[in-house]
Design a protein around this ligand. Structure first.
Ligand code: SF4
Ligand code: SF4
Ligand code: FES
Length: 368
């Protein structure tokens, strides 16, 4: 659910605006941009993230508003009845093209963003393609300096490619409530930084990854996903639910062949709306870890663990549980189910304890 949906739910329109010749209804508090999203106006944005307060910094979303002397930013201009808005004129498109050229000129990679590095967003590259700009007309100074000292295992901070949209800073403050990163200096010296310009590990960062997801240029990269850059084949995405705790965050699993290479939070996930914790975002190596057991193990007479068949292992376990129950009583057996187990397994384990032992001593680590 995005902010536009939230406003429209169970509400009545408060009026209409004329958008590119069509009378379109809007809801209380909506901006022109939010109204336009419902009517496929295709207004470009760059500093906008639907989860965040509108910033009004990039001006890519400008539209002509009848009666206004200059074009207005549609992401910060609230709709009022009777507005006449033009979002597709030659003048606004030219304005947007020049703005895109200026922004791309700050980014040496320009239109080319590696899909794995950018991970969630190809926005700047898509804008450059839309307006067919390379950024060479205004070539010159660039802002931001790559932070090579920050060798944390999760987030690459390659600010050579930063365009100072501040989306990372705002998502950290508004969504994560962490305020781990901020802005220092101004103009071409602008730099995204942490308190005392330290590494993310030394800051308040929780490594939730939301700054990576919102960054429109690939200046922030997912280091774990980047490990798979050389693997052949396209990235496929599969919607799933994070198995770690009981919240049920929606995730998009990114795979190459049979390898899990990265995880993205689902922006439309009802429980998380684009957020994840560090475990849901980055702790997926266990899936393909070589130490992971792929056969049952039982101890032999010498006490050593040896591979066994499922029948042998289950018989051994059943005999052990029965011995404990017979010797000490039914309440000496209890079960704690793994949060990573599927629903069917969770159901089975509580059934096994309740009907097998006549006890309600069963719990799940997701409650921790
Ligand atoms: S990973 Fe999360 S907490 Fe850390 S800087 Fe990015 S948004 Fe803030
Ligand atoms: S690092 Fe990315 S999200 Fe942050 S200001 Fe730079 S371009 Fe924007
Ligand atoms: S998207 Fe509106 S000003 Fe940046």
């Amino acid at each position: 659910m995005n902010r536009t949906d939230d406003k429209t739910e169970n509400k009545q329109p408060v009026g209409t605006i004329n958008l590119d010749g069509a009378e379109v209804p809007f809801y209380y508090g909506e901006t022109i941009y939010q109204v336009s999203q419902r009517y496929q106006s295709n207004i470009p944005t760059l500093c906008y993230d639907d989860r965040l307060e509108a910033f009004g910094g990039c001006r890519l979303c400008i539209v002509e508003l009848e009666g206004a002397r200059n074009p207005v930013a549609s992401c910060t201009t609230v709709a009022v009845p009777g507005m006449v808005v033009r979002s597709k004129t030659k003048a606004v498109e030219k304005h947007r093209k020049v703005l895109t050229e200026l922004v791309v000129s700050e980014n040496p990679r320009g239109a080319k963003i590696d899909p794995l590095r950018g991970l969630a967003s190809q926005e700047l590259g898509e804008l450059a393609a839309r307006y067919q700009v390379k950024g060479d007309r205004f070539a010159g100074k660039q802002s931001g300096t790559t932070n090579t000292a920050d060798d944390n295992p999760f987030i690459l901070r390659d600010y050579d490619h930063c365009i100072s949209c501040y989306r990372c800073v705002r998502v950290c403050a508004e969504q994560e409530g962490d305020f781990a990163i901020s802005v220092m200096n101004r103009g071409f010296a602008t730099q995204i930084t942490t308190e005392f310009n330290q590494t993310l590990s030394e800051s308040a960062c929780t490594f939730c990854g939301q700054c990576v997801q919102t960054c429109p240029t690939g200046a922030l990269g997912d280091r774990k996903a980047m490990r798979a850059e050389s693997l052949p084949g396209p990235i496929e995405t599969t919607r799933s639910i994070c198995p770690y705790c009981g919240v049920g965050c929606s995730v998009d699993l990114m795979t190459k062949g049979d390898k899990l290479v990265g995880i993205r939070p689902a922006m439309d996930g009802p429980a998380n709306e684009g957020a994840l914790c560090v475990k849901g975002q980055y702790a997926f190596d266990f899936v393909q870890h070589p130490d992971r057991l792929d056969t049952p193990m039982v101890r032999n007479d010498a006490g050593q663990l040896v591979a066994a068949s499922w029948d042998q292992a289950l018989d051994r376990a059943a005999a052990g549980f029965a011995r404990i129950r017979d010797k000490y009583g039914r309440h000496r057996v209890y079960a704690v189910a793994s949060g990573r187990a599927p629903h069917e397994s969770a159901y089975t384990i509580q059934k096994w304890i309740r009907t097998g032992f006549g006890s309600n001593y069963v719990d799940n680590c997701s409650r921790a």
